[in-house]
Write a protein that binds this ligand. Structure first.
Ligand code: CMP
Length: 141
C-alpha cells in the first residue's frame, strides 16, 4: 500500500552537508518528498515529539542533541514507505547498521545517528501531524 512516513535529517547530518545525499537515497528507492522544511526545534518541540521516550535514561541527551542545530523534516510517500525508510536508515545504533545504509555511511553514534523515521503507520500519522498541517502536504497526482 502507498504509505506516508515522517523523516527527520538530524543536526549531525545537516552539519555534515549531506542533506541532498540522504534525500537522494529516498528518491532512488522510489519514495517521494511530499512536504519538507528546515527548522531548529525548541526544547518543547523535541520533548513533545519524543514524548514516548520521556522515561528513558537517554531522553535528556536526545532532546539536547535534537535542539543543537537545524533539522530537515520531511514527509515521504510511496509503496511501503514506513518499512522502506527503516531499511534505508539501518539500525538505530550506527555500529550495528548494515553496510550501505544511511546510518552506516553518515552516522557516528546512537545519538548522532543522522536520521529519524517513523516506526509504524500509526506513529507516522501522529508524527506527520506533529510537524505539518494537512494543507502543507503535496501528494503526487
Ligand atoms: P530515533 O529514531 O530518532 O528515536 C529515538 C532516538 O533516541 C533514537 O533515534 C536514538 O538517536 C536515540 N537513542 C539514544 N540512546 C538510545 C537507546 N539506547 N535506544 C534507542 N534509542 C536511543
Amino acid at each position: 500500500a502507498v504509505e506516508r512516513t515522517l523523516s527527520i535529517i538530524k543536526p549531525d547530518a545537516v552539519a555534515k552537508n549531506v542533506v541532498g545525499q540522504i534525500i537522494g537515497r529516498f528518491e532512488k528507492a522510489g519514495l517521494s518528498v511530499i512536504a519538507a522544511k528546515m527548522v531548529q526545534l525548541s526544547q518543547s518541540d523535541a520533548e513533545g515529539f519524543y514524548a514516548e521516550h520521556s522515561a528513558r535514561p537517554f531522553f535528556k541527551d536526545l532532546v539536547s542533541f535534537m535542539t543543537s542545530g537545524p533539522v530537515v523534516v520531511q514527509v515521504l510517500e510511496g509503496e511501503g514507505a514506513v518499512l522502506k525508510n527503516r531499511e534505508l536508515m539501518g539500525a538505530t545504533n550506527p555500529k550495528e547498521a548494515e553496510a550501505g545504509t544511511i546510518r552506516a555511511d553518515f552516522a557516528e553514534s546512537i545519538d548522532a545517528n543522522a536520521v529519524h523515521g517513523s516506526d509504524s503507520t500509526t506513529s507516522a500519522a501522529r508524527e506527520v501531524a506533529y510537524f505539518f498541517a494537512e494543507t502543507e502536504l503535496c501528494p503526487r497526482a
